[in-house]
Design a protein. Structure first.
Lengths: 274, 274
């Protein structure tokens, strides 16, 4: 059932008047804003950024959920430190798994007996699962649902952009020209689908040598040129360090992480609500 | 047309006697061995490893091709330093692009006017393109065809495993438990499909501080346990450094790269031919 009154994309939506909207809403869910985290390229830290956004929003008192749309390579359960939990359901709904700090999460790995086993499925089945994660999971009341997108600009990305009302999308990149090229593809895809690109978060920007303290640039990409060419905003830079690599230990490293991520989350909130 | 006599998988194939083989061969191609490079996880260096294997085999005098099966995130043209070339074709064939050192390559980006534009295609179209890259590209005589697989265990991976005769598959990982879990999925998928897993190459194992020379471990994954649990061989470790990050400058860094990759390629050749 499409419902423009409660739709997070109503403000920018063009299909409302045309009557072409195909988004389905579960009447038991009330999700105010949907933020998608994408890259196009794999392994750049989409899931890490998704979890950081969720944690920070939760700390600010918001009701938060994470939908892990990377069906064949799900990372969210481990990063949230709840990899051994399993989702339950009844005839009507799937119940999301909840972290100790109250973030609701849904991932394919919550439905697998053994997380090492692959799902060898064709596209239509995978996209069907993502739609179920949106529609049949009992998210309840959420201020923010974060969607961790799969790599690539294929089936699943397309389905999410068509069938979930995304308030805005954040692109994750690393400062390497090869990666920027593929992130550019993702930005162009989002724009073709009329989705608001909130900006780019640059991950793995540098590491700090634990012995001599030198800030080592890992890659030599021209971030400034990339940002300018694509006409997007740089929301912030994240270093590659132990704190960021081990989000399972988030609580122990909270202060260090906050120094880096607090300005980024504030920019995101401004963009999404401003 | 299936042809067991010239098939690179004939030795280990179980569908020969059962008559269930669905692999098609282009009679104008004669490809002796097919090595697939996979990971399951994105961004771990599959394309880098694919190009390193191709370069080293070429240096040893073999006829080599690379098929970039990552249709929505193609990296091969840039890594080979031929991103501005375009593929041509006639009514019958697509002609691969050739590097100065004589490696034949086919990638979706060779067919795009602008490499920044995404292909927003559903699964069946993407898998169709990969099959065309195998069947309709005029590879001619090749000793080795290297296939750079896309991330994930979805459609494209499945199609390649079903419709291309893979001699052996190499898994690329990084020493991070989250990644190992997803690489385990890929290994289990390959085994389910009766594909010979040659071993694992560990990428981003460490970096060396340019100031003080300290070897910095970037991640804290337990590689030994992962290798043992999965019953696979570690073919070698690759550091994260400028030489490896800028394969476009391969010729300038050849000696440094050789020190690291020569033992790895020799192990691969032993596995594939032994």
């Amino acid at each position: 059932m499409s419902n423009c009154n409660t739709c997070p994309s109503a403000a920018t939506c063009s299909s409302k008047d045309a009557g072409t909207c195909t988004i389905e809403f579960n009447p038991n869910n009330n999700i105010k804003k949907v933020i998608a985290v994408m890259s196009g390229k794999g392994g750049v830290g989409k899931s890490t950024v998704s979890v950081l956004i969720a944690k920070k929003l939760r700390e600010k008192g918001y009701k938060v959920g994470i939908l892990d749309a990377d069906i064949t390579g799900p990372s969210i359960p481990r990063l949230l430190g709840i990899k051994d939990k399993r989702a339950t359901g009844n005839e009507e709904f799937i119940f999301p798994v909840e972290t100790d700090d109250g973030i609701k999460a849904m991932s394919l790995n919550f439905l697998m007996e053994d997380e090492n086993q692959p799902v060898i499925w064709r596209g239509p089945i995978i996209t069907g699962v993502v739609q179920q994660f949106w529609n049949e999971v009992l998210w309840g009341d959420l201020d923010y649902l974060i969607i961790d997108m799969p790599p690539g600009t294929g089936d699943v990305a397309l389905t999410i952009m068509q069938s979930i009302p995304i308030t805005g999308i954040i692109m994750v990149s690393v400062p390497q020209d090869l990666v920027s090229m593929i992130v550019a593809k993702a930005i162009n895809m989002a724009r073709k689908m009329n989705i608001n690109v909130l900006g780019v978060i640059e991950n793995m920007s540098y590491i700090v040598c634990p012995d001599c303290g030198k800030k080592i640039k890992l890659f030599k990409g021209d971030t400034e040129k990339f940002i300018k060419d694509l006409g997007v905003e740089l929301l912030g830079e994240i270093p590659m360090n132990e704190d960021m690599n081990n989000l399972e230990l988030y609580n122990e490293n909270k202060d260090n992480i906050s120094k880096i991520f607090e300005p980024i989350i504030n920019k995101i909130l401004e963009k999404v609500n401003g």
